[in-house]
Write a protein that binds this ligand. Structure first.
Ligand SMILES: C[S@@+](CC[C@H](N)C(=O)[O-])C[C@H]1O[C@@H](n2cnc3c(N)ncnc32)[C@H](O)[C@@H]1O
Length: 237
């Protein structure tokens, strides 16, 4: 029989879900991750939730297609419909970093140290890393995953402390050993250089000058992080 295959991004998340977890997938859409985990008997309980009815219908259709029962489907905004004791492992994947931060901000119980958060922002990753580091979360690990030519960071966080510099908001907290770390840093450097060039071409607004100085500092730090990555991974260079 055909096997349900996960894309590399979802597979990385699945690999980090502890066996026997009480699992909740927020913004589940197609529910591929919860269905895959239930099919393999990897989770003890499973909630799949979404903000909108149409994705939740898709989620139920996936479960039906694969003959999976036992997933609890919830229509709710973020974690508003999940009680803290219902889940010990929560994924929020495929949403923007700001959206993920906003969802966590409305559920402060997620930083009680009893919940593992597996987060996979599609955009504004720096906003999410900054939010976590300034609001009582520790980033325990990060990994880069390549899917259709794009690099996506996946991170595990829980209540605790991580102090991040502005360069780390962009370049990552735990990517020094990641095989894709160099490419990730190069992509960030190019993006910020373009942003800086845009600011330099723009108006002489003093706000722009301050922003340009901040970007230059972050770029300097990213270049240093790249040196550190090369030193750690290509010691002879
Ligand atoms: C691109 S899909 C991601 C699906 C899956 N998690 C993945 O990573 O492949 C994003 C889903 O998040 C849902 N979503 C967006 N904001 C949400 C929120 N505040 N609460 C719950 N779901 C949300 C959308 O309705 C959509 O179904």
């Amino acid at each position: 029989m055909k096997q349900l295959e996960l894309t590399p991004r979802l597979r990385q998340l699945a690999d980090w879900v502890p066996d026997g977890a009480m699992f909740a997938d927020i913004g589940t859409d197609h529910a591929l991750l919860p269905v895959w985990l239930v099919l393999r008997g990897r989770v003890h309980g499973c909630i799949a939730s979404d903000l909108r009815p149409e994705p939740l219908r898709r989620a139920k259709a996936t479960a039906k297609l694969w003959g999976v029962s036992g997933i609890v489907f919830r229509l709710c905004d973020g974690l508003s419909g999940i009680r803290p004791e219902e889940a010990d492992t929560i994924t929020i994947a495929g949403l923007g970093g700001e959206n993920i931060a906003a969802i966590l901000a409305k559920a402060p119980w997620t930083r009680d140290g009893k919940h593992v958060l597996l987060l996979q922002p599609m955009t504004r990753v720096e906003t999410l890393r900054r939010y976590l580091s300034e609001n009582g979360y520790a980033i325990r690990r990060e990994a880069l995953v390549q899917e259709r030519g794009i690099l996506y960071p996946v991170m595990e966080a829980s209540g605790g402390e991580t102090r991040l510099t502005p360069g780390q908001w962009y370049g990552g907290a735990k990517l020094l050993q990641d095989p894709l770390g160099d490419r990730y840093l190069i992509e960030k450097i190019i993006r910020l250089q373009n942003a800086l060039a845009g600011l330099n071409r723009g108006s002489r607004d003093p706000g722009n000058a301050v922003k340009a100085d901040e970007l230059r500092d972050i770029l300097t730090e990213l270049l240093q992080m790249r040196e550190a990555w090369r030193h750690a991974n290509c010691p002879r260079n």
